[in-house]
Ligand binder design. Structure first.
Ligand code: PEP
Ligand code: MG
Length: 589
């Protein structure tokens, strides 16, 4: 039966493929295809893991203290029985044979199938056995991870995309953490669907940076979509079509081809300078998450990196944080790739929807924070970990000896934070001087993403060389809307007059003070805002590399005088979005 699921469009384009349902807790399990010749070997890995778990459970049972309740021993028997049940191991082998999934993926796919069957059971006792099954699978996954034969690819969670004869795959999950999303770069999945999340949640941002169609905030997709259902993701409109009819499928295949052609056409603008019709030069920069993204930024025609979200270097590391040397190498790699073009490195923005796995006292506090978006995040976290902060500052400063580096401070709101930050930078420089390590005097900038910073900008401008407006958070904090919460996503309004007013005054005041100002939030890559932002006086936009071409096209067609009139009208309107749509006929993404 064909039906539709609605959500928030977060990453443009159309993806067509079969559903792979993954429980949120299993998203970080390795997903890759194995060669036909390796099938038996993979089944062997599963067998070894099963034998190891059987041994583990038997030993646990043998060593139970005599005073242990009898239920414990019975429970271990249930686990042993589940372990040897054909519906688990037999069916998992089938996934390996038929689909060429690696053992971990096959196991979690089968867990999904069985978990649903348990959910539908009438009998309470049987339904509760789902938790036992999950524990058994957990043990099997741990045993597979310990397996010395585990190929490297299993750790990287990626694999060959073009397994012959395999249908394209779309990942469906309740939630995907930004760190896990990052692991899917270049993976087997051609699209993503999640139940939760907002348009500017970091999961959505990473999906956009990967230029993969995605729909988030569907609320129930992972519950009503079945493993292997055919899906169309309409990433422009936030629609998922489940089991489409042949006519609908053909229509979307056509749209996919058209989008491909349009992309090809736009890519020809790569080396064209971004200049408006009336001769205003505009700087189009890239947002990146990892040093490896810098090459894509250059290729897309970016004239620098406007935002390097350095916190992604701190993720997926089992709690081990990168030391100064490792960070320095990462920053240097990005800087060298950009061949003299500026690279704006933002100090870690840990917290809110990007928690660390590490459990220091601070993180423990964070874990229990009632509202992490308002908690120990970004510069607040850095200043609470002075040793770690100086380590990062030294690494960034050292990278400046290899190209043009700018240092950007996230979420700063208080002047005492400004003073503490500048002192930390001075101290880091002193340490480098003492160690005889070279660096250049880099420009230091502030993210303007808390309304307090926008409202007291002149004071900030006295201390910083440049500012960059983080519209994602500026909207979140101005409107008191959690950007990652789909239940209030309809209130997350980039066109809100209060938001536009803060952005326009920030641009105007920075320009008047002769300080460089950029926008690096998602608004910069949204063509619906290009003209209004140009009209506010913005000449520097930073976005995902994949968005550069379409924004450049907007810039090339823009006349700044008309943009100013539009921007003024938008500032005076009660409903600026209605005005923008009626003038341009472009809905905001
Ligand atoms: C922003 O808040 O707009 C921004 C660019 O930073 P992030 O999305 O990483 O919070
Ligand atoms: Mg931000």
């Amino acid at each position: 039966m064909s039906f539709q699921v609605f959500g928030l469009p977060v990453s443009r384009g159309v993806a067509i493929g079969r559903a792979v349902l993954v429980a949120s807790s299993r998203v970080d399990v390795a997903h890759y295809f194995i060669d036909v010749g390796r099938i038996e070997e993979e089944v062997g890995r599963l067998r070894v893991a099963r034998d190891a778990v059987a041994m583990e459970l038997s030993l646990l049972k043998r060593d139970l203290p005599t005073e242990a309740p009898a239920e414990l021993s019975a429970l271990l028997d249930v686990h042993l029985m589940l372990l040897h049940d054909e519906s688990l191991t037999g069916a998992t082998k089938q996934w390996i044979h038929d689909r060429h999934y690696n053992a971990e993926w096959a196991l979690s796919a089968q867990l999904e199938v069985l978990a649903r069957q348990f959910d539908e059971m009438e009998d309470d006792y049987l339904r509760e056995r789902k938790a036992d099954l999950e524990q058994v699978v957990e043990r099997l996954l741990r045993a597979l991870a310990r397996d010395p034969e585990t190929p490297l690819a299993a750790v990287a969670a990626t694999g060959a995309r073009d397994f012959a004869g395999e249908d394209p795959l779309v990942l469906v999950a309740n939630d995907i953490a930004p760190a896990d999303m990052l692991q899917f770069k270049g993976s087997v999945f051609t699209g993503f669907i999640t139940d939760v999340g907002g348009r500017t949640s970091h999961t959505a941002i990473v999906a956009r940076s990967m230029d993969i169609p995605a729909v988030v905030g569907t609320r129930e997709a992972s519950r009503i979509i079945r493993q292997d259902d055919w899906l169309i993701i309409d990433g422009d409109n936030g629609i998922v079509i489940v089991n489409p009819s042949p006519i609908v499928l053909e229509e979307y295949r056509f749209r996919q081809r058209q989008a491909g052609l349009e992309r090809e056409r736009l890519s020809r603008l790569r080396h064209t300078p971004a200049v408006t019709l009336d001769g205003e030069k505009v700087e189009l920069l890239a947002n990146i998450e990892l040093p490896g993204d810098a090459a894509g930024a250059l290729e897309a025609g970016a004239v620098g990196v406007g935002l390097f979200r350095s916190e992604f270097l701190f993720m997926n590391r089992n709690g081990e944080l990168p030391d100064e040397e490792e960070q320095f190498e990462a920053y240097r790699a990005a800087v060298e790739t950009m061949q003299g073009l500026p690279v704006t490195i933002r100090t870690v923005d840990i917290g809110a929807d990007k928690p660390l796995e590490r459990m220091s006292v601070n993180e423990l506090r964070h874990e229990h924070a009632l509202n992490p978006a308002l908690g120990l995040r970004a510069i607040r976290w850095s200043l609470s970990e002075p040793g770690m902060f100086r380590q990062q500052l030294r690494a960034i400063l050292r990278a400046s000896a290899f190209g043009k580096v700018r240092l950007l401070i996230p979420m700063i709101a208080h002047l005492n934070e400004v003073h503490a930050t500048l002192e930390a930078i001075a101290r880091a420089k002193q340490q480098l001087d003492e160690a005889g390590k070279p660096y250049v005097d880099v420009e230091v900038g502030a993210m303007i993403e808390v309304p307090a910073a926008a409202l007291m900008l002149p004071a900030f401008l006295r201390y910083f060389d440049f500012v960059s407006i983080g519209t994602n958070d500026l909207i979140q904090y101005t409107l008191a809307i959690d950007r990652a919460d789909e239940s209030v996503a309809h209130l997350y309004d980039s066109w809100h007059p209060a938001v536009l007013s803060l952005i326009s005054t920030t641009i105007e005041q920075a320009r008047r003070a002769g300080k460089h100002v950029s926008v690096c939030g998602e608004m910069a890559g949204d063509p619906a805002f290009t003209e209004v932002l140009l009209g506010f006086g913005l000449r520097s936009f930073s976005m995902h590399p994949a968005q550069i071409a379409s924004i450049k096209q907007r810039v090339l067609r823009a006349d700044v005088r008309k943009c100013v009139a539009r921007a003024e009208a938008a500032l005076e309107a009660d409903e600026p979005q209605q005005l923008a749509m009626s003038e341009a006929g472009v809905p905001s993404a």
